[in-house]
Write a new protein. Structure first.
Length: 124
């Protein structure tokens, strides 16, 4: 039995007609790009998250999105509005990732390096 595990960046070079560093604007975002201006339309659907978006966009060097979100979560007991803001972030991420995934699948047209790799594995 063979187990193949794809990491978080597995989609980055999965579409052969868009090899890195070409960027058709449809690739799935990595963690530090989840709050880029490219997704402003989705962010505006959740106004409660807007006050904390700048924290997530203007990351200090070496500070991850996960660490910033944890800091915001840690502030929630003394500032209860953070719970609402973080809930809005969760809904935003669900919408944005779903839309990005749909765009990515459409741009690939079903042709991915993942399928080619599975074909190579089956042929051995």
């Amino acid at each position: 039995m063979l187990l193949v595990v794809f990491g978080a960046g597995a989609s980055y070079d999965a579409v052969p007609i868009y090899p890195p560093p070409q960027e058709p604007g449809m690739r799935l975002p990595l963690a530090n790009d989840l709050f880029s201006s490219r997704y402003m339309g989705h962010m505006s659907s959740f106004p409660r998250c807007l006050p904390i978006i700048p924290y997530l966009q203007n990351q200090l060097s070496g500070v991850t999105v996960e660490r910033i979100l944890q800091r915001l979560q840690d502030e929630a007991p003394s500032y209860p509005e953070r719970y609402n803001q973080l809930a809005a972030i969760r809904y935003y991420l669900q919408l944005m990732i779903s839309a990005a995934d749909l765009n990515w699948c459409r741009s690939a047209g079903g042709i991915t390096n993942h399928l080619t790799m599975l074909d190579q594995i089956r042929s051995v």
